[in-house]
Design a protein around this ligand. Structure first.
Ligand code: M6R
Length: 613
């Protein structure tokens, strides 16, 4: 959601900024722009649409001179996506230009204050208010003007700011929205995310809340909210640039689906000791704390929330702790009944989803301990939690999550076994058997991914359907929600998921001849119930694809009652089943979207990292 890059150094800035923005395209955007400082002037170029428009307009940056600049991809919030509303925004005087990610909530109030001061506005954005406000305070000291303006802002913001009369520096500042600083030799950078920097440096600093960086060619100085210098640990990014490239695949999504066995292994194996016991490496949450907790809340958004739903079943069954799963956007306004006896588990790939971050803060304010399951090292959620467990999925670029989802599942499975063991609900041997099943999962995933032809074939049969329904019971219901989300977000086919037993309480009226229903029946104990539900929709003319681990009896007497297609999955036990079930759902969504010619890695209206409420 909005991408920011910034550069100062000895090279021409514009081509470098455009390359950086290319690496942030996955975040989702509808316009792009850049501002470069040259000979006392700020040159701004921006265009609605794909980055390519801006690249063509600027001859891939070649026709914009200057060695200091900022760039932006915009995901519209205030004001429609058009050239004028695109970033960077230039102040009325032409002295300041700025890019912004986030939402300024009190922009209307600030706009009327600035109007009284004689400022006029050309765009409908909240961002333009910020650039005029900085201009208003600017008397030759960029840091002081930015600080004064920031004190007046409410909401969330990551900002990159350049000044026409300061070719020697630019400023970056953040609150509730991610921003990293890249450290080079004789050149320095900022970006919303690491992939934009990898071609130049692996040394990065993650700016903390309300921290400001003054970036020059020679170095970067970071200040806190009060203007006091802050020393930051410099993180060394170990994954190579290639892991954020497509590596021969047509789409990142397919690449990331295929990377799941390795990502799963990376997340689980290092946490298993030679004797088969688990070492989570929790820093602050002791075994005693896990023994004494009375309830667990799992809070997340989207697919991460679906992982939470799967985990609820597992934790309640295996560790016998009551679990509530909450959507982060609801949790905050729910007056949740939590306190020091509650463990709140936050799940987030990016570690920057704003709703989830705010839910975390709410939980901490209420006295709960917070354990986060996060993919991006050093992200806001990771930093602000009591304890963090990292999924080691590597960079995930496609908007539709696949390998991050799988590693979140893996980590939650591992945590469940650990919790159950600590609370005496599993014997050593039972825990080891569960661990062995987890360790065997990557090979099972590889076997599943070896041949995708069945799913390509099914996609070719059904890619032009208008509606596709998913149904399942218990854990399979949580998987049905994920399968449906995956399909709709990238193929734009209307899809819904239902708890199979609920169909006859309303939904079944939507089933008509030819409606495609994907029935998940991997839970052995609910197999017969699912078969009845399949028959109910078949009786109304539905076409059914069943996913199962248990053989389905095909009734030769009543061919119309049988599922039309059956996908068999290996039986790996209840805890590990979701890790396998999700794979055909991901592949089906992918191939359907491919046949429909959709923009798979960057679906319309969506962003990889949702940094607005
Ligand atoms: O980064 P997060 O895990 O916090 O993101 C949460 C959701 O936005 C995310 O899972 C979203 O639903 C995915 N695009 C689904 O594929």
């Amino acid at each position: 959601m909005c991408g920011i890059v910034g550069y100062i150094g000895g090279k021409q800035a514009a081509p470098l900024l455009l390359k950086g923005l290319e690496k942030l395209e996955y975040r989702g955007y509808d316009s792009a722009g850049l501002a470069v400082v040259n000979e006392g002037e700020i040159i701004v170029k921006k265009a609605r649409g794909r980055l390519l428009m801006l690249e063509e307009m600027t001859e891939y940056g070649a026709c914009v001179d200057g060695r200091l600049g900022i760039g932006h991809t915009r995901w519209a919030t205030h004001g429609e996506p058009n050239d004028v509303n695109s970033h960077p925004h230039l102040s009325l005087s032409g002295r300041v230009a700025l890019v912004h990610n986030g939402i300024v909530e009190n922009y209307a109030e600030l706009r009327s204050f600035l109007s009284e001061e004689g400022y006029t506005f050309v765009s409908d954005t909240d961002t333009e208010v910020v650039v005029q406000l900085i201009d208003h305070y600017y008397r030759g000291d960029p840091a002081s003007a930015v600080r004064k303006a920031a004190e007046q802002l409410r909401g969330s913001f990551a900002l990159g700011i350049v000044f026409a009369d300061r070719p020697d520096l630019f400023i970056a500042l953040r609150k509730d929205s991610p921003l990293v600083v890249g450290l080079g030799r004789g050149e320095n950078f900022i970006a919303s995310d690491v992939p934009a920097l990898l071609a130049h440096t692996r040394q990065i600093i993650r700016l903390g809340e309300l921290e400001m960086a003054v970036v020059t060619r020679e170095g970067v100085t970071v200040y806190d909210h009060f203007g006091v210098k802050v020393e930051h640990e410099v993180l060394n990014i170990t994954w190579d640039a290639a892991s954020a490239e497509k590596g021969g695949y047509e789409h990142f999504m397919l690449k990331e689906i295929m990377e799941q066995p390795e990502a799963f292994r990376r997340t689980v194996a290092p946490r298993i000791k030679d004797d088969g016991t688990i070492e989570l490496g929790l820093q602050k949450l002791s075994d005693d704390a896990l023994r004494s907790l009375e309830r667990i809340y799992i809070v997340a958004c989207g697919s991460s929330y679906h992982v939470g739903m799967v985990a609820r079943y597992a934790i309640e069954r295996m560790a016998r702790v009551p679990v509530t799963v909450s959507l982060a956007s609801e949790f905050r306004y729910d007056n949740p009944m939590i306190g020091s006896e509650t463990l709140v588990i936050i799940i987030s790939q990016s570690g920057e989803t704003l709703d989830t971050l705010f839910a975390l803060r709410e939980a901490k304010e209420r006295g709960a301990r917070v354990l986060s399951i996060v993919n991006v090292v050093g992200s806001s959620i990771a930093v602000e939690s009591t304890d963090v467990l990292y999924t080691w999925a590597g960079p995930e670029i496609a908007v539709a999550t696949t390998k991050a989802y799988s590693t979140q599942l893996a980590l939650m499975q591992l945590f469940t076994i650990y919790l159950a063991r600590v609370r005496g609900k599993l014997t050593d041997n039972e825990a080891k058997a569960e661990v062995n099943a987890l360790l065997a999962t990557p090979d099972r995933l590889s076997a599943l991914l070896k041949d995708t032809s069945d799913l390509q074939f099914l996609a070719s049969l059904y890619f032009n359907r208008r509606d596709i329904f998913f149904m399942g019971r218990n854990i399979d219901y949580a998987l049905a929600l994920e399968g449906s989300l995956k399909l709709k977000e990238i193929s734009y086919i209307h899809s819904e998921a239902y708890a199979a037993g609920e169909l006859k309480h309303g939904t079944i009226s939507l089933i008509e001849p030819g409606t495609l229903v994907i029935a998940l029946c991997t839970g052995a104990s609910l197999h017969e119930k699912m078969i009845s539900n399949i028959r109910e929709v078949k009786a109304r003319g539905a076409t059914v694809i069943a996913l199962t681990t248990t053989p389905i009896y095909i009734d030769p007497e009543h061919p119309n009652a049988n599922p039309d297609h059956v996908i068999y999955l290996p039986d790996c036990g209840e805890l590990c089943a979701p890790s396998l079930t999700v794979v055909p759902l991901q592949l089906l969504a992918y191939y359907v979207a491919l046949l429909k010619g959709c923009d798979i890695d960057k679906p319309r209206n969506l962003a990889k990292c949702v940094t607005v409420e």
